[in-house]
Design a protein around this ligand. Structure first.
Ligand SMILES: N[C@@H](CCC(=O)N[C@@H](CS)C(=O)NCC(=O)O)C(=O)O
Length: 215
């Protein structure tokens, strides 16, 4: 498979983890978000939305949106499964994932930051406040759902790695990029720690990718 991604992209991180958990061989084609490569004519032919990730599997059309890709991978490569069987557990896993993918992450992506800067003339401290505010709100929503909930185990849903863990990991990793204090979210931080014990999460980490800053 071929993944269009970038070291810093949290959505690409989610897909990289799933590919590695499933043991699927893939190559990553970097789309440099720092230089605006997502807007190139060539990449728009892959994903007209001009965002990463996009996944190519064989000669099929590109698959876009990280949640759609995660579910596609889980359906095309069922082992190990990334969704529980029981329907209420499935709903909870999807709900946790959507807190990240639908609500929190979309507010901190480059096109939002660029709009705040160029169109709304917001200075850097104000933009950083925005990034920290919405990142913290996402973490708070996760923590409120995870802490003290008997469904939470070693991971988000019992002791099984699910799509929720992949999304929670990306949110907590993103918090470090925006200098958000994660102390108020101990359950989310603990789950990231559990995930990072697994090679698939550790080697997919943004800072472990080619092009990432050292250290
Ligand atoms: N909801 C999408 C988010 C995709 C997205 O916004 N990706 C970011 C990188 S993490 C991107 O490519 N941004 C480009 C831009 O905002 O210009 C997903 O989960 O795949």
């Amino acid at each position: 498979m071929k993944l269009y991604g970038f070291w810093r992209s949290l959505a690409s991180y989610r897909v990289r983890v799933a590919l590695n958990l499933k043991g699927i061989a893939f190559e990553e084609a970097p789309i440099n978000l720092l230089t605006g490569a997502q807007h190139s004519d060539d990449y728009r032919k892959v994903n007209p939305q001009a965002v990463i990730p996009a996944l190519i599997d064989g000669d099929g059309p590109p698959i876009f949106q990280s949640m759609a890709i995660l579910e596609y991978l889980d359906e095309s490569h069922p082992n190990p499964p990334l969704m529980p069987k029981e329907i209420r557990a499935r709903a909870r896993v999807r709900g946790l994932a959507q807190i990240v993918v639908a609500d929190a992450h979309p507010l901190v992506v480059p096109r939002i930051r660029t709009y705040l800067e160029k169109d709304l003339a917001q200075d850097e401290p104000t933009r950083n406040k925005w990034l920290q505010h919405w990142t913290a709100k996402g973490l708070a929503a996760l923590e409120a759902n995870l802490a003290g909930n008997p469904a939470t185990g070693r991971y988000c849903q019992g002791d099984m790695i699910t799509i929720a863990d992949i999304c929670v990991a990306s949110q907590v990793v993103g918090a470090a990029f925006f200098n958000v204090d994660t102390k108020p979210y101990p359950t989310a931080v603990r789950i990231l720690g559990e995930c990072m014990k697994l090679d698939a999460f550790a080697k997919s980490h943004p800072l472990k990718q080619p092009g990432a800053p050292a250290g």
